[in-house]
Design a protein around this ligand. Structure first.
Ligand code: GDG
Length: 472
């Protein structure tokens, strides 16, 4: 019987060291939820890094044994690989380039070599598990070379690849010294998926401009195979957010927050710490709102959650300082004894509290400079069980392609963003309900389970197509 193998840089379980023991914490991320029903079925398995450096083989064996029981197979990374492959090539070369922050990108040959070596390591780990007829679904920018590496070793396998971040204009891709290798790596797949048609078009034009391989209707004709390319906008586990939002616990938390904030109206922002998310620009726009519309002072607070992330990369440490400084300055200037303009948290919250904040907020600010999709926007919508609330959404988040009933803004335009906040705060309830209901229908229907099914069905179809073409 053929099996399905999921491969991503991180496993859906986070292994952490506390004092001298190890803890295993299941991830609550969207991908883990969406693929949970697949990798735990039959003989299927998820291959990935458990997220920590492990020194001894005894410890590696112990971790592998624990994870095996939950259908996972770990790939261990050395300290040098974590530095050069993960923090280096993945997060300091590919991440900034693909998010149009080319000025932050570094181009280190050593990082590239580590990237190739770790992709090979993942390849070996998959080969140990994969039979000739298996289906392998590879995820994200850390593993762009893996599809082709697998294709070389297992020509008959069905291989899918999904990119969770934007695919930029080929003008950015061409800057990378290793552009051709990266594109060829992806083309080892039978099906390549992106969040939007825009990313897909950029990819097809990069393949044509850089590799000279043409495409027609989303089909790339390499000398040996046809590769299908398509858009699959990722969704969330809608019911989970809807149910959590209706729970007693979330309602109680919301009540507590409301009292603590003395009934001030709430604008909410939630992100990982990242320069792509437009956090500093958002703070400046909020300050502009308070300057232009003094009537909102003491009436409205910005509740801003920033989840710590990648603090070993220098730009992230600098961004953290910039945010600390901006929040401090704005609060110092505008606060009163009974009102704080910005409530800033630099930590992560349990799901019930997160959803209580979605319930509480009248306005959600999702204003990244660039974002593959952005699931926070969809979670806010799913949690609005009373159909009230306004989403302000950046035109440069993948989610904007679907959520046209949000207030769509250009995140670099602070003036426009300040006006959008004002408009959201005065929007009549009827209009809020109308927009929210339309967005809920869409997010409910195209949830993460529909996304997984669509991709897997299309992947199976791509294989049948290859086989038919081969016999013609
Ligand atoms: C990448 C792409 C794409 C945040 N704070 C807390 C918390 N979160 C959860 C949110 C949401 C997730 O983290 C963030 O997902 P995003 O989609 O917004 O962003 P990335 O992490 O950058 O993800 C992105 C995604 O992949 C999927 O393809 O949409 O564009 O960059 O689910 O809820 N969760 C909890 N507490 C927090 O404090 N429990």
């Amino acid at each position: 019987m053929s099996r399905t193998i999921i491969v991503s840089n991180r496993l859906p379980t986070k292994v952490q060291r506390t004092d001298d023991s190890l803890t295993f914490q299941p991830s609550e991320g969207g991908l883990a939820t969406g693929l949970g029903s697949i990798y735990r079925e039959d003989d299927n398995v998820w291959v990935g890094w458990p997220g920590l450096f492990v020194e001894t083989t005894e410890e590696e064996e112990y971790i592998a044994e624990q994870l095996r029981a939950d259908s996972m197979a770990p790939v261990f990374l050395t300290e040098a690989e974590i530095r050069d492959f993960y923090e280096g090539f993945s997060n300091s070369t590919l991440w900034p380039t693909f998010h149009y922050f080319a000025q932050y990108a570094t181009y280190e040959q050593e990082h590239w070599e580590a990237y190739v070596a770790v992709n090979e390591k993942f390849c070996q780990a998959v080969l140990e598990l994969a039979g000739p007829d298996d289906t392998i679904w590879v995820h994200d920018y850390q593993l762009l070379l893996l599809p082709e590496m697998l294709r070389q070793q297992r020509p008959e396998c069905t291989i899918g690849f999904f990119l969770h971040i934007p695919f930029p204009s080929h003008e950015l891709i061409r800057v990378l010294p290793w552009r051709a290798e990266l594109l060829r790596g992806m083309l080892g797949a039978d099906l390549i998926g992106f969040h939007t048609f825009g990313y897909m078009r950029h990819f097809l034009s990069a393949v044509s401009q850089i590799l000279g391989i043409p495409s027609l209707n989303g089909q790339v004709e390499t000398p040996t195979r046809t590769v299908l390319v398509d858009a699959f906008p990722m969704g969330i586990d809608y019911k989970r957010y809807e149910q959590t939002a209706s729970s007693e616990t979330a309602q109680q938390h919301e009540q507590d927050y409301r009292e603590a904030l003395r009934e001030a109206r709430v604008i909410l922002s939630i992100d990982r710490l990242d320069y792509t998310k437009g956090i500093a620009q958002r703070l400046r726009a909020f300050e502009l709102l308070l300057q232009r519309y003094p009537e909102w002072r003491e009436q409205v607070s910005l509740v801003m959650l920033v989840v710590p992330s990648r603090d070993q990369v220098p730009q992230y440490a600098a961004l953290k300082e910039e945010i600390d400084e901006l929040v401090g300055r704005i609060n110092a200037q505008y606060r009163t004894i009974s009102w704080n303009p910005i409530h800033y948290f630099y930590r992560s919250f349990p799901l019930e509290e997160l959803v209580a904040l979605y319930r509480l907020a009248e306005v959600a600010l999702v204003t990244p400079m660039r974002d593959g999709m952005n699931l926070v926007a969809k979670e806010f919508i799913a949690s609005k069980v009373d159909q009230r609330g306004v989403l302000i959404l950046s035109e440069r988040a993948g989610a904007a392609r679907e959520l046209s009933d949000a207030i769509i803004i250009n995140p670099t335009d602070a003036g426009q963003l300040a006006e959008a906040m004002h408009d959201a705060l005065v929007m009549p309830e009827e209009e809020q309900t109308q927009r929210m209901t339309a967005m809920q229908a869409l997010v409910r229907q195209y949830d993460v389970f529909a996304w997984t099914k669509l991709f897997m069905d299309r992947l199976a179809y791509s294989k049948i197509k290859q086989l038919t073409m081969a016999t013609e």
